[in-house]
Unconditional design. Structure first.
Length: 120
Protein backbone atom coordinates (compact mmCIF):
# COMPACT_ATOMS: atom_id res chain seq x y z
CA UNK A 1 0.00 0.00 0.00
CA UNK A 2 1.43 3.41 -0.91
CA UNK A 3 1.79 6.21 1.65
CA UNK A 4 -0.96 8.21 -0.10
CA UNK A 5 -3.37 5.25 0.04
CA UNK A 6 -2.46 4.68 3.68
CA UNK A 7 -3.10 8.33 4.52
CA UNK A 8 -6.53 8.05 2.93
CA UNK A 9 -7.51 4.84 4.69
CA UNK A 10 -10.50 6.58 6.32
CA UNK A 11 -12.70 9.33 4.88
CA UNK A 12 -12.19 12.72 6.52
CA UNK A 13 -14.79 15.16 7.72
CA UNK A 14 -14.09 18.89 7.65
CA UNK A 15 -15.49 20.19 10.92
CA UNK A 16 -15.08 22.53 13.87
CA UNK A 17 -15.39 20.13 16.81
CA UNK A 18 -13.89 21.33 20.09
CA UNK A 19 -10.62 19.61 21.05
CA UNK A 20 -8.29 19.69 24.04
CA UNK A 21 -4.76 18.41 23.47
CA UNK A 22 -1.97 17.79 25.96
CA UNK A 23 1.24 15.84 26.02
CA UNK A 24 0.39 12.52 27.63
CA UNK A 25 3.07 12.87 30.32
CA UNK A 26 2.60 16.64 30.92
CA UNK A 27 -1.03 17.18 31.96
CA UNK A 28 -0.51 20.81 32.99
CA UNK A 29 0.18 21.90 29.40
CA UNK A 30 -3.26 21.85 27.81
CA UNK A 31 -4.10 23.34 24.41
CA UNK A 32 -7.70 24.09 23.39
CA UNK A 33 -8.63 24.36 19.73
CA UNK A 34 -11.02 23.28 16.99
CA UNK A 35 -10.62 20.27 14.74
CA UNK A 36 -10.12 21.15 11.07
CA UNK A 37 -10.79 17.59 9.94
CA UNK A 38 -11.19 14.20 11.54
CA UNK A 39 -11.46 10.53 10.57
CA UNK A 40 -11.46 7.21 12.37
CA UNK A 41 -7.68 7.23 11.99
CA UNK A 42 -6.77 10.66 13.33
CA UNK A 43 -7.32 14.40 13.34
CA UNK A 44 -5.92 17.69 12.05
CA UNK A 45 -6.20 20.83 14.19
CA UNK A 46 -4.44 24.09 15.07
CA UNK A 47 -2.54 24.48 18.34
CA UNK A 48 -0.92 27.48 20.02
CA UNK A 49 2.41 25.68 20.35
CA UNK A 50 4.30 23.04 18.41
CA UNK A 51 4.23 19.37 19.37
CA UNK A 52 7.21 17.14 18.62
CA UNK A 53 6.62 14.53 15.91
CA UNK A 54 6.28 11.08 17.44
CA UNK A 55 5.15 12.48 20.79
CA UNK A 56 2.09 10.87 22.40
CA UNK A 57 -0.76 13.26 23.20
CA UNK A 58 -4.01 12.82 25.07
CA UNK A 59 -7.08 14.30 23.37
CA UNK A 60 -10.57 15.28 24.51
CA UNK A 61 -12.90 15.74 21.55
CA UNK A 62 -16.51 16.91 21.87
CA UNK A 63 -18.72 15.28 19.26
CA UNK A 64 -21.92 17.03 18.26
CA UNK A 65 -24.86 16.96 18.27
CA UNK A 66 -25.05 15.30 21.70
CA UNK A 67 -21.59 16.52 22.76
CA UNK A 68 -20.31 13.01 23.42
CA UNK A 69 -16.79 13.26 24.77
CA UNK A 70 -14.18 10.89 23.37
CA UNK A 71 -10.69 10.50 24.87
CA UNK A 72 -8.28 8.99 22.34
CA UNK A 73 -4.51 8.85 22.68
CA UNK A 74 -2.66 9.89 19.55
CA UNK A 75 0.82 10.12 18.07
CA UNK A 76 1.88 13.44 16.55
CA UNK A 77 2.65 13.03 12.85
CA UNK A 78 3.50 16.68 12.18
CA UNK A 79 3.20 20.07 13.83
CA UNK A 80 4.14 22.90 11.48
CA UNK A 81 4.05 26.65 11.98
CA UNK A 82 0.94 28.24 10.47
CA UNK A 83 1.12 31.81 11.85
CA UNK A 84 4.62 32.82 12.95
CA UNK A 85 4.98 32.05 16.65
CA UNK A 86 1.21 31.88 17.24
CA UNK A 87 -0.37 28.86 15.56
CA UNK A 88 0.70 25.41 14.45
CA UNK A 89 -1.12 22.96 12.20
CA UNK A 90 -0.96 19.66 14.05
CA UNK A 91 -1.73 16.24 12.56
CA UNK A 92 -2.16 13.19 14.76
CA UNK A 93 -2.87 9.51 14.28
CA UNK A 94 -4.98 7.78 16.93
CA UNK A 95 -2.81 5.24 18.75
CA UNK A 96 -5.47 4.08 21.21
CA UNK A 97 -9.20 4.69 21.18
CA UNK A 98 -11.75 2.81 23.28
CA UNK A 99 -14.27 0.76 21.29
CA UNK A 100 -17.14 2.90 22.64
CA UNK A 101 -15.35 6.10 21.54
CA UNK A 102 -14.62 4.65 18.09
CA UNK A 103 -18.29 3.69 17.75
CA UNK A 104 -19.43 7.20 18.81
CA UNK A 105 -17.03 8.84 16.35
CA UNK A 106 -18.03 6.46 13.56
CA UNK A 107 -21.70 7.22 14.16
CA UNK A 108 -21.15 10.99 14.04
CA UNK A 109 -19.00 10.74 10.90
CA UNK A 110 -21.55 8.53 9.14
CA UNK A 111 -24.37 10.96 10.04
CA UNK A 112 -22.43 13.92 8.61
CA UNK A 113 -21.34 12.02 5.49
CA UNK A 114 -24.91 10.84 4.87
CA UNK A 115 -26.24 14.39 5.29
CA UNK A 116 -23.65 15.58 2.76
CA UNK A 117 -24.71 12.86 0.34
CA UNK A 118 -21.33 11.13 0.44
CA UNK A 119 -22.74 7.76 1.49
CA UNK A 120 -26.12 6.23 0.92
Amino acid sequence: MSRVEERRKYPRLDCGFSIHCREHDRPALNDVSQVKNISLGGAYFTTSRPFEAGREVALRINLPPTRNLILPLARVIESSEYAKGHAYDTRVEFSHIEDSDRLALSSVLNDYFEAQGKYK
